[in-house]
Design a binder for this molecule. Structure first.
Ligand code: ADP
Ligand code: MG
Length: 264
């Protein structure tokens, strides 16, 4: 049974919402007594634990809120497999200076070249730096905006998007939008201009964005804003997925050939 002082201390720690200090104070106090540590050293250790747990939890919460489709990180991206992507530029993007400057990033390349992986990797790094990030597909965002518009809560949705330091819009170009959908997406892009950052991935070169946005004027106005301050990375080469499955097939063929030879 705890003594009254300990019980009061625990009640205070609960009221002050210091769960790690609540969980650890007793163990650390015993260790401090054993090692003859000063009161200050004890308190410092205890508060350091609370701060560290809070930081870890805040990062995890930001990554959850960002809603990455899969949490792919940059340390699993093989830069030698995609030589068109300069590693230094990507690492610089992961440091987040461009988000502080409210500039943009576009990743352009065919399917399977690693756009979503890079976008997630950069996004996760920025969550770790304390930035508010959200990952959406272009089609998902347009549906969300259209629904909000129909339900008269577009303002609320736009305000929530506006709070984000970085909005990642993946897969622009796979689907074209209705005129109203394109206008809503344009509004989001235009609102962010020089205020908040966008990272857009697309399988289409800029010259073909007119097919998505219906209308050369809107496309030109959008590209003008998006690319004004923008890192543009072009991912060339064969699909990583395709290469991997070809390699797997080749390995299987090699194994079968070896087994057949061994049998002979
Ligand atoms: P895209 O979005 O361009 O269609 P993805 O990013 O989805 O392509 O990549 C397809 C798959 O290949 C994913 O599983 C991704 O993790 C992997 N991939 C692509 N490029 C690389 C790379 N350079 N290193 C490691 N994995 C890669
Ligand atoms: Mg993708």
């Amino acid at each position: 049974m705890s003594d009254p002082n300990t019980m009061l201390l625990q009640a205070n720690l609960r009221q002050l919402k210091l769960p790690t200090m609540l969980a650890e104070h007793d163990k650390l106090a015993r260790e401090a007594a054993e090692h003859d540590e000063s009161y200050h050293a004890y308190l410092l250790k205890l508060t350091e634990l609370e701060v560290a747990t809070r930081t870890t939890n805040a990062i995890a919460a930001r990554i959850r809120a960002a809603a990455f489709p899969v949490t792919k990180e940059l340390d699993t991206f093989d830069f030698t497999a995609t030589p068109s992507v300069p590693k230094q530029t990507v690492l610089e993007l992961a440091r987040g200076g461009w988000v502080d400057r409210h500039s943009n990033c576009c990743l352009i390349g065919a399917s399977g070249t690693g756009k979503t992986h890079l976008a997630s990797g950069i996004g996760v790094s920025l969550c770790r730096l304390g930035k508010r990030v959200r990952f959406v597909t272009a089609a998902g965002l347009v549906t969300e905006l259209e629904e909000a518009h129909q339900q008269h809560r577009l303002d609320r949705t736009l305000t929530a998007l506006d709070r984000l330091d970085l909005l990642i819009v993946d897969e622009l170009g796979y689907l074209s939008f209705s005129r109203s959908g394109a206008e809503l997406l344009f509004q989001v892009f235009a609102d962010r201009y020089e205020r908040r950052s966008l990272l857009v991935t697309s399988n289409l070169p800029f010259g073909e964005w007119g097919t998505v946005f219906q209308g050369e004027r809107m496309t030109a106005a959008l590209l003008d804003r998006l690319t004004h301050q923008c890192d543009i990375l072009e991912l060339t080469g064969e699909s990583y997925r395709f290469r991997e499955s070809m390699q797997a097939k080749q390995a299987k063929t090699d194994r079968t050939t070896k087994t057949t030879k061994a049998k002979k």
